[in-house]
Structures are given as structure tokens and as C-alpha cells.
Design a protein around this ligand. Structure first.
Ligand code: M6R
Length: 614
């Protein structure tokens, strides 16, 4: 949540900051701003531009009121509001009282009210409602001989989370960045140094990036940087080489990132599966887990923890582990896990799932599980992300960058990874070679299963036209189709703003069926896998209440034609993989509904890609 970027080098900072902010816009987009250290009449000053709305609005403001091209040091921010409404005065960067220090911040200062009261008592006047402004004033109040010492002294008073970048007109040749809980990545190509909340703004300059750890503070100068600890000890962090094609984060001719990412899914799955399925052994190889068969055999239960879409992938995973490996597995919402004091022990395996690897509640769940002595592993997409690094062992999705706020290809790859993990555990525990081979072959079909749904894009668009004017919708399914129903409803609501609920097909009659009438469509996930007949009965119940029904069914299943002409087909497949093509149909349906309603699909209101606050 919130994106920060900084540039220090020989070139004009403004276009470089704007380009960086555009790559981080997915993290928040209610307002943005930049601050430059610039020579004005022979003296250095901080120049500021901020605007409400997306980066385009900031660019227009800069076109109208340009800043000097001579400034070669600057910081920028794109905001997802936590404290204070989206407005120019609450937009970052924030300035110190004397206007000579500028700060951008991602995270939350928990004790900001206390700090604000103390600073107010000392004569500081606040211009915003944000927690961040206290930082700018604290740095001024704690002025020392060097900027890094001032920042370090200020941060001693701060409780909460931060990733910050600070520039000062009195120290025009450096920038200070620090991290506790919110990601900070640094890269330098020998002449220019950049900092950002993720690697995307840095890769055009260098593919060698360094992730700060919590408690790190760094001094950036043109072409180099030095990392120390907040207690001023010397720190060494190994750079990571980023295997990232900068073009992968462009729309590539698609109208939206979400559509591009939906259509990338066959390739994303191929990358995710590559080298991990061993057909002859009916097994999976997942070296990042660093688990020997005896480690797997010694686990007595699994807890999967995650938020949002990743939670629904985890629910699927819990079924797969129990089915294939016979190991008790449950899913727990990460915020519940972190505060509920769950029972975990050294023979509990905790699997944290997070596309971004930065979700605050999932990260806290990882720490809680580790504290309780569980064996912790992660399933993340973003390489080098905090959850991936803190879990220590885990599996990367290799889905490529996911820019659209609505998660699509990450979900599919999460399900694929969980299936492979369940297969690995199953082969260690109770699955025969023949059964394993059957699962491997089902998994190998995945890219083509997805292609067959993508080929129905026009048909799905036509179905979307029928429901785009509705105000409510239900998704139903059972077994592996239950998480698929939950995920379908989430996709629809988050990008189309149409109210949608996912229910277990059997649960509908326990209350929600009261809401059904001819205006409330029901999307039934009903491929020909175990549970199909029962779901057909539930569809009958919906039709009896005159609800229009859209069915996602297997090819050749003519029983659905009795209920509706609106059928989306998936090829016949094993139940363990059926959720994947079904969810692709749901993604396209949600996409087209949102497009027909004219909504901003890649950046839906109130949301952010990476939820780094609890
Ligand atoms: O990065 P994570 O997978 O931890 O994110 C978790 C959720 O915030 C995320 O899946 C969210 O629900 C998506 N916007 C759904 O499309």
C-alpha cells in the first residue's frame, strides 16, 4: 500500500520519478506527489508538487506548473489513504516546519497521535491529517550534523511500520531511506541510484537490486549506497539479480492489465509447472521447500493462512492436502491466525500464501507461526518479498508481475502450487505411484484447459451483457467448486462494484435463497466432478425462484441445457484441477461486466494491490 520512489544521479529527477510512480500506481492511486532538491537563486530548496487522483493528474499539474529540470535528486509517492481523506494537503511528500526536509512514507506510525501532541506542544503546526507528517517534523526537531543521524534520531521515537525516503535541502547530495515493516528496494548502476517499494521502477536501470531488512537505514548518493542499522552498526545485504523483463509490466496491446494477465495464464502456468512435475514418479519436485521425506512424514497437520484471493486458493489447498496426502489441513484467515492464539506445534506445517509477499496480516501470521515453533513455508509470487524471505523456505509462483489489482494469474498458480505440494506430500505419505501419475497428467493439461476457456471470450462477453445491469449476484459451488464460487464473487464485486456473494451450493437454502428472484442471477460452478448431481439440484432450486442461471459446466454435459442457454464450457478434467478453468471463466465474466459498466478495472476504487496495513 502506497508506493515510494526516489532518484539521485546526474539526470533530471522529475521524469524519472514520474516513470517510477506509474509503475507503482497499483499500490495506491488516490493522490500522488514529488519533492525535488533544487537550486533556487543560488540556494538549495525543496520544491513540491502534489495532486489528488492518479499519476496522470500529477503529470497535468507538472505540465501546468513545471519544476526545474536541473534538479537531479527527488522523491515521489503514490498514496492509498489511511489517515486523512485523499486531498492535496494529505498527499505525500510531507515537509518539515522549515520546509527544508521532505519525507515519503509507506506504513503506519502507530503512536502518531502522541507524537503529534508532543510536537504541537513544542510549536509545530500540522498542515495535514496524516501520520507521516510527524516524521518530517521529528527529523527537523532532531537535527544533527548529518541527515542520516537526524533520521535515525527521529525514528527512535516512532512505533509502527515504515518504509521511508527523506531528502533535505541542507544535504543536497544524498537521500536517506529506512525500513521497518514496509518494503524498500535499492538499485544502483554506478552513476544513478534509485529506491522504490518494489523492483519495477528500478529494473530499467539495473537488474541487481538490494532489499532492505527491517531495522536497516541506507545513505544513497549518485551511483552508490551504504546500508547501516538503525543502531548504526555496519550491515551487509546481498544483492538479488532480478529476472524480469521490463516489458512484462506493460499492457502489450490489451485494454487493461487484468485482461492481459487473464490471457497470460497458460504461459504463467507453464512457467509455474516447469521442471516441477516428475511424471515417471507420479511426484512433484519443490526444492524451495527444503523438506526431506522424513520431514514431511513427521508433520501431523497443516494450517494454511492468507487473505483475499490467496485465502480462497488456500481453501482449495486444504481440500487437496486432505484428499491426496491424508493430512489434516485447515485454512485460517491471516488476521485471525495472528490474534486468535491458534494451536500450532513443532509438528504443524504452516503455509502462508501471498501474491505480493507483503500483506501485513499474512506476514504477522508467519511471524506468529515461527514464534510458536511451527515449520513455516511460503507461497509467493514476488521474488525477494518480505514473506518469502522471512519464511525462509517456500515456493515461488513464477507467474510474472501481476499489475491489475484483481488477482488472476497469481490465483491460478497458487492453486497449481498447492496441488503440487499436496502431490508431493501425498507421495510421501499414502498416494501410490499410479495415483500420482494420474495427478501429474491432470496437472500437465492445465495450460490447455485455460486456453479452451479463453477461446470462449466472446461468448462470455455476451453473457456478461445480460447481467451487467443487475445489482446483486450469487455464485454457488461445492467441493473444489466452493472456493471457486467464493473467488468468482470476489472478482465480480471488486472490479464491477456489483454486489456478489459466494456460497456453498448447499448453504443457499439456509437463508440467502430468500434474496433470489428474476433480477438476481446465480452463477453455478458445476463441472462434471464429484458433487455435480447435488449442485444440479441446487440449480433447480434457484430456477424455481425464477433466478436467471449461468452455469459453468463440462463439455458434453447436456443436463444443464434444461436450466439455461447461458453455459460456459470447460473440458473434462480431474476434480483436482477443475477450479482453474472454472475461475478463468469467472475472471472473464467479471472483467466484461466491469468493462460494460465503465469501471476502472485495473485500479478499482478503495483498493490497492498490496495491503500492507492490518
Ligand atoms: O498479495 P496477497 O496475495 O497477500 O494479497 C491478498 C489480497 O489482498 C488479494 O488477494 C486481494 O484479495 C485481491 N485484490 C483479490 O483480487
Amino acid at each position: 500500500m502506497c508506493g515510494i520512489v526516489g532518484y539521485i544521479g546526474p539526470n533530471s529527477a522529475t521524469p524519472r520519478l514520474i516513470a517510477g510512480l506509474r509503475k507503482l500506481e497499483y499500490r495506491g492511486y488516490d493522490s500522488s506527489g514529488i519533492a525535488l532538491v533544487a537550486p533556487v537563486n543560488g540556494n538549495n530548496e525543496i520544491l513540491l508538487r502534489r495532486e489528488v487522483g492518479k499519476i496522470d493528474a500529477l503529470q497535468r499539474e507538472l505540465d501546468t506548473h513545471p519544476l526545474t529540470a536541473d534538479a537531479t535528486v527527488g522523491i515521489g509517492h503514490t498514496r492509498w489513504a489511511t489517515h486523512g481523506v485523499p486531498s492535496v494537503r494529505n498527499a505525500h511528500p510531507h515537509l518539515s516546519r522549515n520546509g527544508r526536509i521532505a519525507v515519503v512514507h509507506n506504513g503506519i506510525i502507530d503512536n502518531y497521535q502522541e507524537l503529534r501532541a508532543q510536537l504541537t506542544a513544542r510549536g509545530f503546526e500540522f498542515r495535514s491529517e496524516t501520520d507521516t507528517e510527524v516524521l518530517a517534523h521529528l527529523i527537523e526537531l532532531n537535527s544533527a550534523d548529518t541527515l542520516v543521524d537526524s533520521v535515525r534520531a527521529a525514528l527512535r521515537h516512532v512505533q509502527g511500520t515504515f518504509g521511508i525516503a527523506v531528502v533535505s535541502a541542507d544535504f543536497p547530495d544524498e537521500m536517506i531511506v529506512a525500513r521497518r515493516g514496509s518494503p524498500i528496494v535499492i538499485g544502483s548502476n554506478g552513476t544513478e541510484t534509485l529506491v522504490a517499494s518494489d523492483v519495477a521502477p528500478i529494473v530499467p536501470y539495473t537488474t541487481s537490486v538490494t532489499f532492505l531488512d527491517d531495522g536497516d537505514i541506507a545513505i544513497l548518493t549518485p551511483g552508490r549506497f551504504e546500508i547501516r542499522s538503525l543502531s548504526n552498526a555496519s550491515v551487509s545485504r546481498e544483492p538479488t539479480s532480478v529476472d524480469w523483463d521490463p516489458g512484462a509490466a506493460e499492457k502489450g496491446g490489451f485494454e487493461h492489465f487484468m485482461l492481459k494477465e487473464i490471457f497470460e495464464q497458460p504461459e504463467a502456468l507453464e512457467n509455474c509447472l516447469r521442471g516441477r512435475l516428475i511424471e515417471a514418479d507420479g511426484a512433484a519436485k519443490l526444492s524451495g521447500l527444503r523438506l526431506e521425506p522424513r520431514d514431511i512424514a513427521s508433520l501431523s497437520n497443516l494450517v494454511i493462512t492468507a487473505c483475499g484471493t490467496s485465502y480462497y486458493a488456500g481453501l482449495h489447498g486444504s481440500y487437496a492436502f486432505e484428499q491426496l496426502a491424508g493430512i489434516p489441513a485447515r485454512i485460517e484467515q491471516a488476521a485471525e491466525f495472528r490474534y486468535r492464539n491458534p494451536i500450532v506445534s513443532p509438528d504443524t506445517g504452516v503455509i502462508a500464501i501471498s501474491q505480493s509477499g507483503e500483506t501485513a496480516d499474512t506476514l504477522a501470521a508467519v511471524r506468529e507461526a515461527a514464534r510458536k515453533g511451527a515449520l513455516v513455508c511460503s507461497i509467493c509470487n514476488v521474488v525477494g518479498s518480505t514473506i518469502a524471505r522471512e519464511a525462509g523456505r517456500g515456493i515461488y509462483l513464477h507467474a510474472g508481475p501481476e499489475i491489475g489489482v484483481a488477482s488472476t494469474k497469481a490465483f491460478l498458480c497458487q492453486v497449481a502450487v498447492l496441488n503440487m505440494m499436496a502431490l508431493l506430500f501425498g507421495r510421501t505419505r499414502r498416494l501410490s505411484n499410479a495415483e500420482g501419475i494420474c495427478i501429474v497428467r491432470a496437472m500437465q493439461q492445465l495450460p490447455n484447459l485455460v486456453r479452451s476457456v479463453l477461446a470462449q471470450n466472446d461468448r462470455i462477453c455476451a453473457i456478461a451483457e445480460k447481467i451487467a445491469g443487475c445489482t446483486d449476484a450469487f455464485y454457488i459451488g461445492r467441493g473444489y467448486m466452493y472456493p471457486a464460487a467464493l473467488e468468482g464473487a470476489l472478482k465480480l464485486k471488486e472490479i464491477s462494484y456489483l454486489h456478489a456473494e459466494g456460497y456453498h451450493a448447499a448453504e443457499l437454502k439456509h437463508g440467502p435463497i430468500a434474496l433470489l428472484d428474476e433480477h438476481v442471477p446465480v452463477i453455478a460452478c458445476a463441472p462434471s466432478i464429484p458433487g455435480h448431481d447435488k449442485t444440479m439440484g441446487n440449480i433447480q432450486e434457484c430456477r424455481a425462484r425464477k433466478a436467471p442461471v449461468i452455469v459453468i459446466a463440462s463439455e458434453g454435459d447436456e443436463s444443464v441445457s434444461a436450466f439455461t442457454e447461458d453455459v460456459i464450457r470447460i473440458p473434462a478434467c480431474h476434480e483436482i484441477v477443475a477450479a482453474i478453468p472454472v475461475v478463468v471463466a469467472e475472471q472473464l465474466l467479471a472483467y466484461h461486466v466491469a468493462r460494460l459498466r465503465g469501471e476502472p478495472i485495473d485500479q478499482p476504487r478503495n483498493l490497492a494491490k498490496s495491503v500492507t496495513v492490518e
